[in-house]
Design a protein around this ligand. Structure first.
Ligand code: PBG
Length: 338
């Protein structure tokens, strides 16, 4: 239909379509641009691995050996990706009720962080996930109260604080507590400050939902929650938004330097609300299930995986995220250029 016909039909003479006509026009009026600068790549490293192990439900993602981890960090740096978040995994036989292998001096956390730092120096923001679920034999994010079998919030805090200090000591620029224990940010800030790590920043997984989209992560991290359990007693109900703002406010008050919403695509309203209310950097985590859904459909030829990835991560940025943790980081950096 021509413009004149549209006008006759009663549409206004000014039409947004005029500015969509050519690629340079679209570039000029584009409101949101995803940059390589906005990307953080999650990386897994497993104690004792000699060769990287593919993660079946996350095509293209591996559990790294120390060597392949360092090589991947170099590759990402070469692509211009500014950040990586590390998840360290114990040998399966080293899991115990308190996740003690996480705190082992010279253990997997310290060797992995040192390996990345030695490989890439300051050219990558090195983030470390602070949690215990990878290390506990019951798969919960904290230690359990022997009387009730529930996660013991307050008994978990000193372990998080100790882990964060070990990570800072080993070269992490940013520690990212993901266990959703009340008071975790404050406990970690205090411990970092009193052990000479005042410069180490905290990225709080502030609004973290009890989501079914973490399924593939649990394969990647070798985590099974005992008895087919769940995390609904400490992670948030996906039905709630105001509660997310309360969570973020607490983490900001406790000293978070940046806050995160997770998962991303199912919580874009939360990302926008957090962006509007708080002036700290806001991150969003496009989680394992978000990645796996795209990959699985793309493998079947049902959609264009790279295009959907770009669209989704751009939308996450449009909602208000300053940076995005995504398993697509390398692919997107390749696609959009550094
Ligand atoms: C906890 C943690 C999880 C994720 C990041 N940190 C799993 C969970 O809460 O069960 C999920 C990330 C993803 O799904 O990509 N250590």
């Amino acid at each position: 239909m021509s413009g004149t016909e549209q006008s006759r039909a009663g549409y206004p003479a000014v039409r947004l379509r005029r500015l969509r006509r050519t690629e340079p026009l679209r570039r000029l009026v584009g409101e949101t641009r995803l940059l390589v600068d906005d990307l953080v790549a999650p990386l897994f490293v497993a104690d004792g691995l000699r060769q990287p192990e593919p993660v079946t439900s996350l095509p293209g993602v591996v559990q790294h050996s120390l060597d392949s981890l360092a090589a991947d960090a170099k590759r990402l740096t070469g692509l211009g990706v500014p950040g990586a978040i590390l998840f360290a995994l114990p040998r399966p036989e080293d899991k115990d009720p308190t996740g003690s292998a996480a705190l082992r001096p010279g253990g997997v956390w310290s060797s992995a962080l040192h390996a990345v730092r030695d490989a890439v120096g300051e050219s990558l923001v090195l983030m470390a996930d602070v949690c215990l679920d990878e290390f506990t034999d019951h798969g919960h994010c904290g230690v359990l109260d022997p009387a009730t079998g529930d996660v013991d919030n307050d008994a978990t805090l000193p372990l998080y604080a100790e882990l964060a200090c070990l990570q800072a000591e080993s070269g992490a620029d940013v520690v990212a507590p993901s266990g959703m224990m009340d008071g975790q940010v404050g406990a970690i800030r205090e411990a970092l400050d009193s052990s000479g790590h005042g410069e180490t920043a905290i990225l709080a997984y502030a609004a973290k939902y009890a989501s079914s989209l973490y399924g593939p992560f649990r394969e990647a991290a070798g985590v099974t929650i005992a008895g087919g359990g769940h995390r609904r007693s400490y992670q948030q109900d996906p039905a709630n938004r105001r509660e997310a703002l309360a969570e973020v406010a607490l983490d900001v008050a406790e000293g978070a330097d940046a806050v995160m919403v997770k998962p991303a695509l199912t919580n874009l309203d939360v990302v926008a609300a957090v962006r509007a209310r708080f002036d700290l950097p806001v991150a969003a985590y496009q989680v394992s299930g978000e990645y796996a859904m795209v990959k699985a459909a793309a493998e079947r030829g049902w959609l264009d995986g790279a295009a959907v990835a770009l669209e989704a991560v751009t939308a996450i940025k449009r909602a208000g995220a300053d940076f995005v943790l995504t398993y697509f980081a390398g692919e997107l950096a390749d696609l959009i250029g550094g």
